[in-house]
Each structure stands twice: as structure tokens, then as C-alpha cells.
Ligand binder design. Sequence first.
Ligand code: GAR
Length: 199
Amino acid sequence: MKNIVILISGSGSNMAAIVRAAEREGWARRFDARIAAVISNKADAAGLAIARAQGIATEVVAHKDFDTREAFDGALARAIDAQAPTLVVLAGFMRILTPAFVAHYEGRLLNIHPSLLPAFPGLRTHQRAIEAGCRVAGLTVHEVTVELDHGPILAQAAVPVMPDDTADTLAARVLAHEHRVYPQAIAAWLARPAPATPA
Ligand code: GAR
């Protein structure tokens, strides 16, 4: 079985969309894959209750309990690795990861970012797109590499920016497409042939 571990920090709507797609599209049968666990760096992340209600194992590794990024990432990696993951999915996980963590999951760590990368890496993407006068905004699913919000792009979707948009209205429009595109990108990743193992 291919275990997928999803990391969240907040409402977990992308995580919920992935769980729904896995169920609806029969990922267990098609890809021998399942959502093994949802892990949050925040105990009060609303998405944890959604995951529990779906019968998915949840765990909290609170970044506040650790003095350094390295110590937090080490504890997080131990919690993830206890699930023997094939794929680790960042879904609104709002922590900058250490190079050692990223290297440990190289090739099996995905992220969704609410902009058309390489435009607007980092935070406040929707406000920055509006201030820049962008006529389109969107989202990017990408493999995580050491440089923040970079890495090979797996999927993107563009949405129009309306003249009266606020950061909130634009975010809501983009989020609706995130819920469609992230599960599709994960399904496509799972459908890829396994990399050849050296003889
Ligand atoms: C999503 O819009 C996601 O793209 C964004 O946080 C939101 C999480 O929503 N991620 C980032 O900004 C990562 N830098 P959700 O918790 O409802 O899925």
C-alpha cells in the first residue's frame, strides 16, 4: 500500500478535497494508495477534526514545543516516517522547512501555492497580485525543493482577477480551483511509473 501523509496548519480544505477525491476516484483500487495520516503543527487546526471524522489518523507536532527549526523538523520527520510514506503532501502547511527535511523527502514531497509561480512566492500572494495589477492569478502544485516555493511545476490553473476583487474574494476563487487541481495532480503523480531501481 502506498501511504500518503498530508501536512496542514489550518482549515484543511485542500486536505478534505484530496480525501474526497481519493474516496470518489477509488485511489485504493487504482493506485493501491490511501491517506494514512494527517499531521498538523497546530493543535487547533480545524482540518484535524475533518480528518478524524473521516477515520483518518491525526497527529500534532507543535512547532512551539521546539527551540529550533531543526529540532521541529526532526520530530515532524519521525512522525511522518512512522507512516512509511510514499508521498508527503503539504496542504496549507505554513512552515518553512529545513534543507535536511526537504532532502529526506526528495522526489516525494508536494506543495500547493496560491499563485502562478514563479510569480509571488511567499505570503500575501493575492494582495500582492492585486497590487501589481495582475489580470490573472492562480495556483501552482509543485515538487518541493530547498528554495522556498520553487521546484518542478506539476500543475497550474489560472483564474481572472476582477476589478472589484479583494484579497479575500480572489483567495476564495483560487481556492475553489485548488480543490480541483491538487487531487488531480496527486492522482497523476501516483499514476506515474515507479522509478527504476538500480540493479
Ligand atoms: C491554500 O490556499 C494554500 O494554497 C495556501 O494556504 C491555503 C490553505 O488552505 N498555502 C500556502 O500559502 C503555502 N505557502 P486550506 O488549509 O483550506 O487547504
